[in-house]
Design a protein around this ligand. Structure first.
Ligand code: CA
Length: 245
């Protein structure tokens, strides 16, 4: 294949992306296009080596195939999150792997891409998960009910105790909490939090809302507005409208 030229300047200034992919030609394309965008890229072709590389190299993001020899992508996600590693994960899935995709999101992946994908789409997704990651955003602290969100540090405190959230969980919560009382449709949330137009599977939003509720418990400000979408309100405030379930 004809390879496009490397990025001008060539230095991987955007940080290291770990690609875990057993199909060589797909890994080559991922490496190429991410490198052109100024990312350093390290490729591993099986899950166990990928996990070791994630621990060793502290990448800024991981592009993770679900179907891998040895440790599969789902186990990879679970292992990493169980170890308290919240590096953004972009799952790469084949058509027909919908159940695995949802499971992967529930186990802490941030987003997914369905094969075949365009390299442009891959790059856009990686940039989006990184935008939701630590170190970006305003240097303000937003409070709602018993929650306090540090938008710069991407930290959430519930009653002054830290709650561990993935980058995407944080991004969704922050978006709703920054607009208390405002109702967003699932399509709006996909566009505004994930950065996609509305063609994506809106159940993804529901998966992340239920994960946030599980982690935040009765301090969760997330409200279901039936037939519309979601909003955030102080669960302890009198007269707040909407269903808590
Ligand atoms: Ca594979």
């Amino acid at each position: 294949m004809n390879l496009p030229p490397p990025a001008p300047g060539g230095s991987p200034s955007n940080g290291l992306v770990l690609v875990v992919e057993d199909e060589r030609h797909i890994a080559d394309i991922q490496r190429l296009y991410l490198a052109r965008e100024g990312f350093g890229v390290h490729v591993e072709s099986d899950g166990a080596a990928g996990l070791a590389a994630a621990r060793r190299m502290s990448p800024v993001a991981i592009v993770l195939d679900i179907g891998l020899p040895g440790v599969d992508g789902i186990t990879f996600c679970r292992t990493l999150r169980d170890a308290g590693d919240w590096t953004p994960i972009l799952l790469v899935t084949a058509r027909g792997e919908e159940t695995d995709r949802i499971l992967g999101l529930e186990l802490g992946a941030d987003d997914y891409l369905v094969k075949p994908f365009s390299p442009r789409e891959l790059v856009a997704r990686v940039k989006t998960v990184l935008r939701r990651g630590p170190g970006l955003g305003a240097d303000t602290v937003v409070r709602l009910g018993r929650l306090s969100l540090d938008l710069a540090a991407h930290r959430v405190l519930r009653d002054d105790e830290p709650v561990e959230l993935t980058a995407t969980e944080f991004g969704l919560l922050a978006h709703l909490v920054r607009h208390p009382g405002r109702v967003f449709t699932r399509d709006q949330l996909l566009a505004q939090v994930w950065g996609y137009p509305g063609y994506r599977d809106t159940r993804m939003v529901d998966v992340f809302v239920s994960q946030l509720r599980a982690k935040l418990g009765d301090a969760s400000p997330l409200r279901t507005v039936r037939g519309v979408g979601y909003s955030a309100a102080d669960p302890g405030a009198a007269g707040t409208k909407g269903s808590p379930s």
